[in-house]
Design a protein. Structure first.
Length: 418
């Protein structure tokens, strides 16, 4: 009787609870590692990619929400950090770092990337060194900050130092303060600066003193102004061109004491650096008019914004027209001021900016007023008496200064004159 070999039936493996548990224990680290790589790779790709942003000027919290949505990132923040803060519009093509810098740097905040690829909003630690990109790259611009101070200034050493780090006595008059106190001329601002004495030489001529010495150095964007003053050395000609208007300036940096490091020869009273406005990344325009006593009429216009699609080229134009008379007969002033500037982003960290300003003044100043008699008693003349040349019935002086122009190459926050 023949016998056939016995074959075993196929073995069926059943997934028992123990087998399922072992499978999860051995495979979980691999799955976790793979899951961790995905957001990290996505975050690295997002950080270097350039995106087109269209975020209008608004409260900072709303801007950050739009920025996170348009960037495709997750951003966590404490509401107290953004309360009451706002930033200019963000329009154009930027990397993630550039966008964060434009929105946060002027507010004293930064976005810190977390290991999982998300970002957390934090305050900038005191004294930290930063590389600032874009319009904040102008180092000390105060427009739209709402602040009465600036993060950096270079009037004393040509280095971008904070007022606290500057080794001399300095003051800053920001754009916000000019607007709040309705400062329209350099004289208005200097009367509010600590430690500065404003002395009126005539109806339109003024000189400034600090620490007992004349402040005879007036600068625009760190470069000595083309205006000269034979009487006081502060931007007026002998015929008096009046105090420079503040409509074209972002802020003033006033240095009290010797300024030989940046000025060279001159009085040790100090210097005034007038930093001109820069073009903005968003379109904006403003028109204002005012009227005062003795037929004092003034009009001002300011237009700024991008000149191409990605806002890499921007422009700004400012114009001022002012006419005013005086309680003194024949004394009056008629002046026009024009200012234009262009900025072009050569790279994400380098901006070329150039500007030109022009001023024309037609004025009759009241140089010395009404004198007293030899016995120091009043002559009884009305206060409207003008003791100028006999028969004067029209403006006697006209001044058209040479246009003042500056060009800067700005890299990583350090402007360099070209």
């Amino acid at each position: 009787m023949s016998s056939s070999p016995r074959t075993s039936p196929p073995r069926i493996f059943r997934r028992t609870p123990t087998a399922a548990l072992l499978r999860m224990m051995f495979c979980a680290p691999v799955l976790t590692f793979a899951a961790a790589l995905a957001p990290a790779a996505q975050a690295a790709e997002t950080a270097t990619d350039r995106h087109v942003y269209a975020i209008p000027a608004a409260p900072l919290a709303a801007q950050l929400n739009q920025f996170a949505a348009q960037s495709g990132i997750y951003l966590a923040s404490d509401a107290r950090l953004t309360a009451g803060k706002s930033s200019p519009a963000l329009n154009g093509t930027y990397t993630l770092a550039e966008g964060f810098s434009r929105l946060l740097t002027a507010q004293g905040l930064l976005a810190e990337r977390q290991p999982n690829g998300s970002y957390t909003l934090k305050k900038i630690p005191e004294g930290d060194e930063m590389v600032v990109i874009g319009d904040v790259n102008y180092g000390s611009m105060t427009e739209d900050t709402g602040s009465y101070t600036t993060r950096s200034m270079s009037a004393a050493t040509r280095l971008n130092l904070s007022p606290r780090e500057t080794p001399q006595s300095v003051s800053v008059v920001t754009r916000q303060r000019m607007n709040d106190q309705n400062m329209t001329s350099l004289d208005d601002a200097m009367r509010q600066v600590t430690g500065v004495n404003v002395i009126n030489e005539s109806s339109y001529q003024t000189r400034y003193q600090s620490r007992g010495f004349t402040m005879d150095n007036l600068q625009e964007d760190g470069i000595s102004s083309s205006f000269q003053n034979s009487l006081a050395g502060m931007g007026y000609a002998e015929a008096s061109t009046e105090s420079p208007v503040l409509a074209i300036y972002d802020h003033l940096e006033v240095l009290r004491g010797a300024s030989g490091l940046t000025q060279g020869s001159g009085e040790p009273g100090g210097s005034v650096n007038m930093v001109r406005k820069r073009p903005t990344y968003d379109f904006r325009s403003s028109v204002s008019a005012s009227a005062g006593s003795w037929d004092n009429y003034r009009g001002e216009m300011d237009v700024s914004g991008p000149l191409n699609g990605d806002a890499s080229l921007r422009g700004r134009a400012v114009g001022v027209l002012q006419k005013r008379d005086s309680f003194t007969d024949y004394v009056h002033s008629d002046r026009q001021v024009l200012f234009g500037t262009l900025a072009y982003d050569l790279t994400s960290q380098t901006t070329l900016t150039t500007g030109i300003s022009w001023q024309k003044t037609d004025t009759v100043p009241n140089l010395y007023g009404v004198p007293m008699s030899t016995s120091y008693s009043s002559l009884g003349l009305p206060r409207s008496t003008f003791l100028g040349p006999a028969g004067i019935t029209s403006p006697s002086r006209k001044l058209t200064p040479t246009p003042s122009s500056n060009t800067f190459l700005i890299t990583n926050g350090s402007p360099k004159a070209r």
